[in-house]
Design a protein around this ligand. Sequence first.
Ligand code: CUA
Length: 267
Amino acid sequence: MNVHTYEKIWLVAAMVLIVAFIATITYGSVGLGIAMVGDQQPTIEPTELGDDERFGEPRVEQVGENEYEAYVVAQTFSYQPDPIEVPEDSQVTFYVTARDVIHSFSIAGTNVNTMAIPGEIAEMTVEFDEAGEYGIVCNEYCGPDHHNMEGKLHVVSADEFDLTDLSADGPDEVAVGDSVDVDVVVENRQLEDLETTVTLEIGDETVSEEVTVPGGDAVETTLSVDSSALGEGDHDWTVTVDDHDSSGSVTVLEELDDDADGGEDDE
Ligand code: CUA
């Protein structure tokens, strides 16, 4: 059978086009990492996010040498945490859900983009090679302030990055002679143990304590200063752990107005 040369060319061209179409569709559906929200994760009750192990406290935590997980909650009209801070040369898996209505989690200038749907958890793994700052925007109309809904993603150098959190709480007032007890919580969201020093400065007094916080855990401790060393009046205090600090103030009173030691006397 004799097939005309032009006919052969058209046959081949048609085959090539068909193969190219199939390749394009295949690449678009599997090659770009596009997935349906909720494909990889179980559903979640949006009204109970506060009690959820992952979303109760939106955060970034270390799960491998250069691997991190970020738990993000989108809500009208902000993201938690904000900013999200991750180190450079890292691989970060984002888990994103919404508290109220449908939002999106879109890192401007990248192809990171997902819907954030109440009840569903979107999962995306992203590699960050270089330090930089990115904006996070909401692409789904979610209410009157939709256009102002934004967050920040900071990719910082390894030196700058840290996963320590500090909180401290002290009494508002104590009677002179009583001790000023400041409760301190140091949280360590990296894998390695954190060996550090907790320091309380108040007036001219300084007390410190060495602590070891296991990876992925927190320790509570109490630092105390004798209020008679401070004297009556208002005293500001600061607790420091590495680059973190937390402060407050306490009033040392001549005598507290309670009936602990015979309040009857006053009457
Ligand atoms: Cu949230 Cu638009």
